[in-house]
Design a protein around this ligand. Structure first.
Ligand code: NAD
Length: 463
């Protein structure tokens, strides 16, 4: 019997993206799979149910209906414990599980005997580029961050020479030059800003310069070795951080727009801009903190809010920036998932080879337990996975193999070219639905805020 792929509506507030599009629904159907989508699935990404139906999917009224039939469940965010409990024993789940931070959800998946794959753990190897949700979404987030900044900034970005005089170009400073940062540099440059950027990884200097921006960082011995074998940033020493902070302090007060994107996998985001630095900026300047959901790079940023400081600096802390360009984000995410699901199938039937290095790296729960070394603690802390192993996940021989041990971080060498490629092909043609432009509701100042903060605005609600 054909395997069934089910896709549920996302229930996390503000999650507008979807894990399947009509394009990928058709591709699954062409492979002989039965595709079930919950009614209203694509509302946030402007995809009507009829388009899914036309692509060969069956639109079902309730999540329960989809869950009970699912051999493979696709989601953007991981399923809630309630959703997991409604899965068939041993179903496969593919989603961005945010596995480092979701102990209870992992425990629920393990309890159900699900084989859950965390898309954020797909290694950054060449073969997996097409499945790299971190890159596809970060690329759009970097683009969107500049759009949000320009919207919150009361001036133009490019230099303009007019009969009434010259408008100076905005100065934009991008902190953290991974995938999102590179796209932010490229977008800000396209809009005419004068762009500088910084990162702790020395490899980024050349990338920044190749995009026509200027690199600004303390380039000492520690900096020269600040990259892991996997291409990620290392946590820097207190001494380096102090030197870098001094440099940033001088630089930042001259900036109109600052976009922070710095992350260290599995850890709280480093603070790159402190309250004093924020207070040194000019009124009307804008900071966008892309790391706000991981603890924030900017002192005073708040998830889902625009904080306006006493000195008139707006700190934009919107969560889920890819969700603010949902149609494109869904298209890319769904294609990433389609490529990944291909590894789970053989001749249209579910037959994952758990020795495949991509599946191995992404497998988080299997056979009734949390099996990923990097998150075992998280699952156990929340709710221990049952000791008596549940049934093997997929009902195929390969899935019955013992759960593999996998590294926490992707071990692949970074492919700078791949990143540059992603940046070179920006989504410039399809404008996202405009995020509503005015933050209308002023919230009372939060209690535990830095001195510079005075008011917060809620972000506009998206439909
Ligand atoms: P990320 O989201 O983990 O971090 C964003 C950036 O923040 C990184 O460039 C990091 O160096 C930087 N950062 C961390 N701490 C900082 C600090 N204190 N100050 C300034 N910057 C700081 O990064 P990412 O976009 O996921 O990229 C991580 C690596 O993976 C990069 O080497 C990238 O080239 C590589 N990559 C490889 C592939 C591939 O091979 N297919 C695809 C995408 C990314």
């Amino acid at each position: 019997m054909a395997a069934t792929i089910a896709v549920l509506k996302e229930r996390l507030a503000g999650e507008t993206r979807v894990a399947i599009t009509p394009e990928t629904a058709k591709k699954y159907a062409d492979l002989g799979l039965t595709v079930l989508v919950e009614a209203g699935l694509g509302d946030g990404s402007s995809i009507p149910d009829a388009d899914y139906a036309a692509a060969g999917a069956k639109v079902v009224k309730t999540a329960a209906e989809a869950l009970k039939a699912a051999d493979i469940l696709l989601k953007v965010r991981g399923p809630s414990p309630q959703e997991s409990a409604a899965l068939k024993k041993g179903a496969i789940v593919v989603a961005s599980l945010d596995a480092y931070n979701n102990g209870p959800a992992l425990a629920a998946l393990a309890k159900q005997g699900a084989s859950a794959f965390a898309m954020e753990f797909v290694p950054r190897i060449t073969r997996a580029q097409v499945m790299d949700v971190l890159s596809s979404q970060a690329n759009l987030a970097g683009y969107r961050a500049v759009i949000e900044a320009s919207q919150a900034y009361g001036k133009a970005l490019p230099m303009m020479m007019t009969a009434a005089g010259t408008i100076a170009a905005a100065k934009a400073f991008i902190m953290g030059v991974g995938v999102a940062g590179l796209q932010a540099i490229a977008t800000a440059r396209r809009l005419g800003a004068v762009v500088t950027a910084t990162d702790v990884r020395p490899a980024t200097k050349e990338q920044v310069e190749s995009l026509g921006a200027k690199f600004t960082a303390v380039e000492d011995e520690e900096f020269k070795n600040a990259q892991t074998a996997g291409g990620y940033a290392k946590e820097m020493s207190k001494e380096y951080q102090a030197k870098q902070a001094a440099l940033v302090s001088e630089h930042i007060k001259k900036q109109d727009i600052v976009i922070t994107t710095a992350l260290i996998p599995g850890r709280k985001a480093p603070i790159l801009v402190n309250a004093a630095q924020v207070a040194s900026m000019k009124p009307g300047s804008v900071i966008v903190d892309l790391a706000v959901e991981q603890g924030g790079n900017v002192e005073g940023s708040r998830v889902g809010e625009v904080v306006v400081t006493k000195n008139g600096v707006s700190i934009v802390g919107y969560a889920n920036l890819p969700g603010r360009i949902a149609a494109d984000a869904s298209n890319l995410y769904a294609r990433n998932l389609f490529a990944f699901v291909g590894l789970l199938l053989k001749d249209g039937a579910i037959a994952p080879d758990l020795e495949d290095e991509i599946l191995k790296a992404a497998l988080v729960t299997h056979g009734g337990a949390v099996v990923h070394d990097g998150v075992k603690g998280a699952g156990a802390a929340a709710k221990p996975a049952p000791k008596a192993a549940a049934k093997p996940a997929a009902a195929k021989p390969a899935a019955a193999k013992p759960a593999p041990k996998t590294p926490v971080k992707p071990a692949a060498k970074p492919a700078a070219k791949a990143v540059a490629k992603a940046v070179a092909k920006p989504a410039v043609k399809t404008p996202a639905k405009p995020a509503a432009t005015k933050a209308t509701v002023a919230k009372p100042a939060p209690k535990a805020k830095p001195a510079a903060q005075t008011a917060t605005k809620t972000p506009p609600k998206k439909k």
